[in-house]
Design a protein around this ligand. Structure first.
Ligand code: ADP
Ligand code: ADP
Length: 226
């Protein structure tokens, strides 16, 4: 059944040099437990689309629903991993991961346990008490991934989450993500500029074209998972 429904979505930014049509009349249905990858040239509206689904940006026209409900602001069913990892610099690594759990009402002990589990998953257990500035870019990105996974959202929205990682960490986290997706029946919306990564991960690859941003083609990938 449809998890995310995007109908006639248009987004126009008021730029310094006039209006920028980032998305024009975009339609897309994403089903429960579907893994969708979005590829396309820089500026074609990928991040804009994700931000609107996440409830972080308003659409100019059209609608986005999650579970049949119009999206108004961020919701607990959606977890986002940004391209720029956006950690709190004044909080330790583990406190950054615990932050989202606090918002969901988990107590201190539950937060600590969950945060530790997901830091271990991304290979950063030994850095729990470090501060973001002490970590490399790839490590910070892994903290951001742990933070999103820990809140256990039904929909994972990921904007080039593995872009800053070395090849080995990337394939490890790809595997982990596929495992989570399969086991826990997540819906994944994943932006990448790496077509190979898209084909490895997705059941459906959405190809967008620029100016104005639209969906050019949707390719079903039928490679069975290992
Ligand atoms: P990418 O192409 O890798 O997705 P961008 O460099 O286009 O990243 O965008 C980085 C950030 O800057 C995004 O949050 C985007 O919303 C914002 N941004 C992009 N273009 C503009 C612009 N013309 N004016 C203001 N903000 C912009
Ligand atoms: P992508 O993620 O595919 O690189 P974006 O969604 O970041 O594309 O951007 C789509 C278009 O909208 C680009 O032309 C970008 O410059 C423009 N844009 C994005 N954010 C803003 C913004 N905050 N203000 C003005 N223009 C923006």
């Amino acid at each position: 059944q449809p998890k995310i429904e995007i109908t006639n979505l248009t987004k126009v930014y008021q730029g310094r040099n006039g209006d920028v049509v980032a998305l024009q009349n975009t339609n897309l249905t994403i089903y429960q437990n579907e893994f969708v990858c979005v590829v396309g040239p820089s500026g074609c509206g990928k991040t804009t689309l994700l931000n609107i689904i996440a409830g972080l940006e308003d659409a100019t026209a059209g609608s986005v629903t999650v579970d049949g409900q119009e999206v108004w602001g961020p919701g607990k069913e959606r977890g986002v991993v940004f391209q720029q990892y956006a950690l709190f610099p004044w909080k330790t690594v583990i406190k950054n991961v615990e932050f989202g759990l606090k918002l969901r009402g988990l107590n201190k002990k539950e937060r600590r346990e969950k945060a530790e589990k997901y830091l271990e998953l991304v290979g950063l257990k030994d850095f729990a008490n470090s501060y973001p500035k002490e970590l490399s870019g790839g490590m910070k990105q892994r903290v951001a991934i742990a933070r999103a996974y820990a809140v256990n959202p039904e929909v994972l929205l990921m904007d080039e989450p593995f872009g800053a990682l070395d090849a080995q960490s990337r394939s490890q986290l790809q595997e982990e993500l596929l495992h989570t997706w399969e086991k826990e029946k997540k819906t994944c919306f994943f932006i990448t500029h790496d077509v190979e990564e898209a084909v490895i991960l997705a059941q459906k690859v959405i190809i967008m074209s620029a100016r104005p941003g639209r969906i050019k083609e949707i390719i079903e990938v039928n490679i069975p998972y290992p």
